[in-house]
Design a protein around this ligand. Structure first.
Ligand SMILES: Nc1ncnc2c1ncn2[C@@H]1O[C@H](COP(=O)(O)OP(=O)(O)OP(=O)(O)O)[C@@H](O)[C@H]1O
Ligand SMILES: [Mg+2]
Length: 395
């Protein structure tokens, strides 16, 4: 039975009809019969237009019948055509923090728990279609010669892709920032810290302390940094240096976002953290925020910048404790300046950094993150102790 005959008979759309109509519309868009301008300013405008197109298709097929078009159906076509297909549903889920794709299978982390969804793509070609869309939007390359892609998605999520032959399968890892709209009070409410710590954090910002936020992967470093940065007075110039534009301060008028760029194979156009840091110093920023310190030259230059009067700056670093964060900074800086001895670097660090916050993931027996908490707030003395070690005061 043709689609038209079936519709005339039943007057309602079943999943099969919806797929066929979606296919017709996609085909017409592909052939340029329906023009969608991707510069439309809102998703709701796309949606309204799509709703009319679906109605037109149905009217052409069965002029005398009126169908009820369900919102979920329109959303589904919308994300198939313009968004990231099946990923959209999870990108919009406030309880999902990570999406992992391995070939055609998908795993999402929802409320800290790993959910294995099994095979969600019909074929690996469908996975490459998603990669193509991500690639096109980011203007970056991923192919056999450059088998990695690190970028942000249209909603600000951080995405990294690795493809064979470097890996055994296609791997797509997406970090969704579902708490970025939060302010410090929201983090207090969800139990990341207690009231006393809340007041301490506000005091640290008001006193323009230089803060390093440390913790394991996914422990909420970027999220905490973002909420702390929201407390910076609106009249200050803030330079934010990051690899993907994760930190957003929409309400601040003087925010300068600087994003690093990896080396491309055509030209040597790499822009590293330290180059952006150098520019930042010329731009007379009041505060410097470095998304994550991982570059040895940048680590050293950041310390120098903080040492010479940039107060109230923040950064994050991957570490297992406050002390470990300082030792990692030391190792990075020493990598860049091997001729300096460890005591000199430690001295520079203790003069530059005022506070280290350490975040801990509370895990369950299956390695799921059940809670993210501030475990330590550590004040660093400006002087080293008699043995040349850091003098730390745990609050
Ligand atoms: N207190 C919290 N409670 C629940 N979810 C949180 C909390 N803090 C952060 N998240 C969410 O957990 C995820 C990881 O947070 P975030 O990216 O800030 O961690 P990170 O330590 O910077 O990770 P990475 O090491 O990968 O950079 C995000 O989706 C974020 O929205
Ligand atoms: Mg982070």
């Amino acid at each position: 039975m043709s689609l038209q005959e079936r519709l005339n008979e039943s007057r309602i759309l079943n999943a099969n009809d919806e797929n066929k109509i979606a296919g017709l519309i996609k085909e017409k868009i592909k052939n340029g019969k329906y023009i969608f301008n991707s510069d439309f300013d809102s998703k709701s405008e796309f949606k309204d237009k799509l709703f009319i197109l679906i109605n037109n298709e149905l009217e052409n097929l069965c002029p005398s019948v009126r169908f009820l078009i369900d919102d979920e159906f329109v959303e589904k076509i919308l994300s198939d055509i313009f968004g990231l297909g099946i990923l959209e549903k999870y990108l919009n889920d406030r309880e999902v923090t990570d999406i992992f794709i391995q070939d055609t299978e998908m795993i999402v982390i929802k409320n800290g728990l790993k959910n294995y969804l099994g095979k969600v793509f019909d074929s690996i070609d469908d996975v490459y279609l998603i990669i193509d869309r991500i690639k096109t939007n980011s203007n970056k390359i991923i192919d056999q010669r450059v088998p990695f892609l690190n970028t942000d998605l249209y909603d600000g999520s951080r995405c990294s892709i690795v493809i064979p032959p470097i890996s055994d399968k296609v791997y797509i890892s997406i970090r969704i920032f579902n708490c970025l709209d939060f302010n410090l009070k929201d983090l207090l409410k969800i139990g990341m810290f207690d009231e006393k710590t809340y007041l301490t954090l506000i005091e640290l910002i008001n006193d323009k302390k230089n803060i390093i936020i440390s913790g394991a992967m996914g422990s909420g470093k970027t999220t905490l940094l973002n909420t702390l940065a929201k407390l910076i007075p609106k009249n200050e110039f803030i330079n934010i240096i990051q690899d993907t534009p994760e930190i957003r301060l929409k309400e601040h008028p003087y925010v300068r976002l600087l994003t690093t760029r990896p080396k491309s194979r055509e030209i040597d156009n790499e822009i590293s953290q330290d180059k952006l840091l150098f520019e930042t110093l010329r731009m007379k920023a009041d505060r410097i925020i470095i998304g994550e310190v991982r570059d040895s030259m940048a680590a050293y230059q950041m310390l120098q910048a903080l040492n010479t009067g940039h107060n109230g700056s923040f950064s994050t670093i991957h570490a297992d404790s406050s002390l470990d964060a300082l030792l990692r900074l030391e190792t990075l800086a020493l990598e860049y300046k091997p001729n300096l001895n460890s005591k000199v670097i430690k001295k520079i660090i203790s003069r530059s950094i005022d506070t280290v916050i350490f975040l801990e993931n509370e895990m369950d027996a299956n390695s799921n993150i059940v809670k993210r908490k501030i475990k330590e707030i550590t004040l660093l003395d400006k002087d080293l102790d008699e043995r040349g070690d850091f003098k730390l005061k745990y609050l």
